[in-house]
Design a protein. Structure first.
Lengths: 100, 136, 130, 130, 100, 136
């Protein structure tokens, strides 16, 4: 199952709720302002490192670039995908939950 | 429910009135009831506030759509899952919620409660069983 | 694979319409089908032809109209949400005694049932919003 | 005391327009002056006459129009924000080659300078939004 | 100085930021979904009790009523005002900051 | 600046691109510069992300308005306060931010930095000195 998060983890509770309710083994895609959760050295990094042991985490490349986040700033283990990769993730999961 | 029925879950995560998502989300559920699918609703985070008893919008001049939840049972929408963890974080218990019921046709039309309190693990399992999940 | 696309916010204020558009385009490029694009909540505001964004910015309404033309997309604006927010076509204008309409090319107004039907027909429903 | 009112969200989607309206009305009832009500961001969507909300709900656009008439309020819709979102008056329609306009009674379109001027003239600026 | 908060403290960070940046002695008005911060027995009650020692805290009555929150559910010390009280608070403060 | 000038503070608390508030907020500041008031900007919470270097919107097809911040100095908007606590929470330092400067007419047109890192107490004091505070 694919979960998408488009909110900043510093501003809203979407990431927390997703991590509380997504089953182990799920995929999580960070997009729009949600990509800020992918940065190393932030107050949410510990939460994300924990998440990486339960989930596969992706971040949308075009949204990282728009916000000036270079790939070397990302937490190890987070994969970057484009819109085509986003489509593949959605197609290959059984269902999608957008935590709007 | 036909054999080809899909499982729809409407996930409600927002408080009523501050934004319109709760009201317009409810409109989707009511319309959707006519399509003979397997429908349930989940109330998570501030979504649990939608079911709070005693809403009165007279002084704020908005439309009070709280009574509409009572109609859900008549539309065969009778699985309303409320996340226990979200309730507790907000200092609420089942007593704070609207009393919503439906008549169970398979059990001599007995009146039964529509609201079911579930914990996060139960809700996670339910989500994995859906075909379509819409989040408001 | 058949995708249904739900857009819950208007153009510009939130990135939702941009992301939905980029996803839809990428899905089409990969050969997937788009069952429908359904505009709900403030998403109905994507369907007005009266916008004139700055020249150096993208024109979201036109982008949707053009994509719809190219791929025969079904762009549906929810009638109830549209009435609240002032998106009307010729019929709606007549019905409600309005002396103008503002629907953009390629969009049409229809009921919420189209959203449910999209959920039934699509293999995946993708929601974009705030 | 002179209040300036800033409304940053459209009608219905957020409570902002309701709260701004209720505040403005209460301030007038107490004898305060309203320098201006400035509609910015999606707030410009409060200024379309094409809405038809359900009969049993409040009509936010009409409420603003009527309050403006009663108290000679200056309801200003920001031109740049309005162009992005498709709120146009007759002049704007002509300028941008649009074949319809949708501005509601009592609202008029003007520049962002009116927001700054409101800040200068008002004793307090009250902002309502998301 | 009057600070207003219209966001749920469970969903967004507006209350936290306000409490970090409002000077002691300020007034804080909770309105719209912000009124949920006024309820007793929630996860944010400790934060609000602390805030009450530094600030005067108000909640907008019409927004409490709309949401079905009875006054006996409020944290002690929070005052309920109507729209007219909101106007007075704004008029009597030197400036207003809306934490939108 | 005239004697009757008011002190305006524009508080930016949102990230760029996810919502339009940052872009349209910046438009207010640029227009406002013509009014000869005492203007400053504060960047708090996700607002600090507005000033991040290296923004590139080509692949997302939105308008990159990041270069516009460079124009602020020419408009005499040269007090950009960035909250230290917000930067730190986001794993950022001053090196991550755009290099924004202005020419100080009162000091032989020397080029000086517009961005000033302040802590929460300093920012709270600055807020108390304003006449008008607009939050985006």
């Amino acid at each position: 199952m694919l979960h998408t998060i488009n909110k900043s983890p510093f501003e809203k509770n979407s990431l927390d709720t997703c991590l509380r309710l997504a089953k182990s083994g799920s995929e999580i895609l960070l997009l729009e302002d949600g990509v800020y959760a992918a940065i190393k050295g932030t107050a949410v990094e510990p939460k994300m490192r924990q998440a990486l042991s339960d989930y596969t985490v992706y971040a949308l490349g075009p949204d990282l670039k728009a916000r000036g986040i270079e790939e070397d700033r990302l937490i190890d283990g987070i994969e970057v995908v484009g819109y085509d990769g986003f489509v593949d993730l959605a197609a290959n999961s059984d269902r999608v939950q957008s935590w709007l | 429910m036909g054999n080809g029925a899909k499982k729809f879950m409407y996930v409600n995560r927002r408080a009523p009135y501050g934004t319109i998502y709760a009201l317009e989300g409810l409109e989707v559920v009511l319309i959707g009831a006519a399509f003979d699918q397997d429908v349930c609703m989940a109330f998570v985070d501030d979504g649990v506030f939608q079911l709070k008893k005693g809403q009165d919008t007279n002084e704020s001049n908005m439309k009070n759509f709280s009574p509409t939840y009572r109609a859900l049972g008549d539309y065969d929408v009778n699985k309303l899952y409320v996340e226990k963890e979200s309730l507790e974080q907000r200092g609420m218990s089942e007593d704070d919620l609207l009393e919503l019921t439906y008549e169970d046709e398979e059990d001599d039309y007995k009146e039964k409660p529509s609201i079911r309190i579930v914990n996060k693990e139960e809700l996670a399992d339910l989500m994995e069983q859906q075909d379509v999940i819409l989040n408001y | 694979m058949k995708f249904g696309i739900l857009v819950n916010e208007g153009p510009y204020q939130h990135q939702a319409s941009d992301t939905a558009f980029n996803f839809t385009k990428a899905a089409l490029d990969k050969g997937h089908d788009i069952v429908r694009v359904f505009f709900y909540h403030d998403g109905v505001n994507n369907g007005t032809r009266l916008t004139t964004p700055p020249q150096d910015d993208r024109n979201l309404v036109n982008q949707w109209s053009e994509l719809a033309k190219e791929h025969e997309l079904d762009l549906v604006v929810c009638v109830a949400a549209a009435q609240r927010r002032g998106i009307v076509d010729e019929d709606e204008a007549k019905r409600h005694g309005k002396n103008a309409d503002n629907i953009a090319e390629g969009f049409h107004i229809s009921g919420l049932g189209q959203l449910i039907e999209m959920g039934i027909k699509a293999d995946r429903v993708m929601a974009f919003g705030d």
